[in-house]
Design a protein around this ligand. Structure first.
Ligand SMILES: Nc1nc2c(ncn2[C@@H]2O[C@H](COP(=O)(O)OP(=O)(O)O)[C@@H](O)[C@H]2O)c(=O)[nH]1
Ligand SMILES: [Mg+2]
Ligand SMILES: [Zn+2]
Length: 295
């Protein structure tokens, strides 16, 4: 090891690509960093303690306690998305058509972390797919889910006021317009993204890693790579049931306490569907996601 005196400082992970991180130190300097141990899992948005090992390189010595951690998971592993987020913004669009299941999975992951959620229907300047998208969002909106409609390429400002005081994460399938929103809201984001991609050796043209941008002293925006699936292996059946807000009135009223709301007799949820008080699509969506859970 070179004989460099160890200096310790703390900072925020502003970009994460594999096991390579860009950390913004509290004095504003940006430093390339690697985790100390093979096992350590660092996420964009993490507050970390850094030991400088070279002029231009640091080691992440510790991750400070997180106020939230958003991740997806299958039976074998988890993929961190972002840490210390306070608001999850799921971006959808009419064109290309979005998946209701992916949207719901993003909302469930946020709900489990008790994070505020906002759905942005982007590209409202396009008529293609708009009616179909609205039809699929209507159910969620009726349940009290906040939905914001805008066109990132025309005017992204309606989103700006919703970001104040938050560390917001943009998630969703690719092609929905997340990066376009970031570029519209953060001056110089495009150039910064290219610089970071070069530094981290990731691809230049699509979002390959989560990146945090500062908006003001009290707010930040994190862009994330598009996802086509969102594994929820870490979510329990109970958490899943509660994340479906329209189920609340019926939970606990099935004949069997451990009712799976599938083929059991006297299931309150299926009863509610039969009497038209609960949407059949919502119960089907629940079943689809429930079947993918480990238990
Ligand atoms: N017409 C229209 N196109 C948009 C809008 N927002 C994004 N796009 C386009 O949609 C494509 C995908 O955008 P991008 O930001 O890369 O999506 P991401 O994968 O979610 O980051 C790009 O070609 C954008 O120019 C919008 O509001 N209206
Ligand atoms: Mg992108
Ligand atoms: Zn039931």
């Amino acid at each position: 090891m070179p004989d460099v005196p160890v200096s310790r400082s703390s900072g925020t992970v502003v970009a994460a690509h594999g096991r390579h991180y860009l950390v913004e130190l509290d004095d504003g300097e940006r430093l390339d960093c690697f985790p100390r141990s093979k096992k350590s899992e660092v996420a964009c948005g993490d507050r970390v303690d850094i030991e400088r090992v070279a002029d231009d390189q640091g080691v992440i010595a510790a991750i400070q306690p997180r106020r939230s951690l958003l991740y997806r998971s299958d039976a074998f592993r988890q993929k961190l998305i972002a840490a210390n987020v306070t608001q999850v913004i799921v971006v959808v669009a009419g064109e290309p058509a979005f998946s209701s299941e992916v949207l719901m999975r993003c909302l469930i992951a946020a709900e489990v972390q008790e994070l505020a959620t906002l759905v942005v229907l982007n590209k409202v300047d396009l008529t293609a797919g708009r009616a179909a998208a609205e039809a699929r969002l209507a159910e969620l909106e009726a349940l009290g889910q906040p939905i914001l409609r805008l066109a990132a390429t025309v005017d992204a400002n309606p989103l700006r006021v919703r970001l104040a005081g938050h560390t917001s994460l943009l998630v969703g399938q690719s092609g929905m317009g997340k990066s376009t929103l970031v570029n519209a809201l953060v001056p110089g984001a495009d150039a910064a993204t290219r610089e970071i991609s070069t530094a981290l050796g990731s691809g230049r043209h699509t979002t390959t890693h989560a990146t945090l941008y500062r908006l003001a002293a009290d707010s930040a925006l994190i862009d994330s790579p598009g996802l086509q699936e969102f594994g929820l292996a870490h979510v329990s059946r109970g958490e899943l049931e509660h994340a479906f807000r329209d189920f609340h009135d019926w939970l606990g009223h099935c004949r069997f306490r451990d009712c799976r709301h599938d083929t059991e007799p006297d299931c309150a949820l299926r009863g509610a569907v039969a009497s038209g008080r609960l949407s059949a699509q919502r119960l089907t969506l629940f079943q689809t996601i429930a079947r993918s859970l480990p238990s």
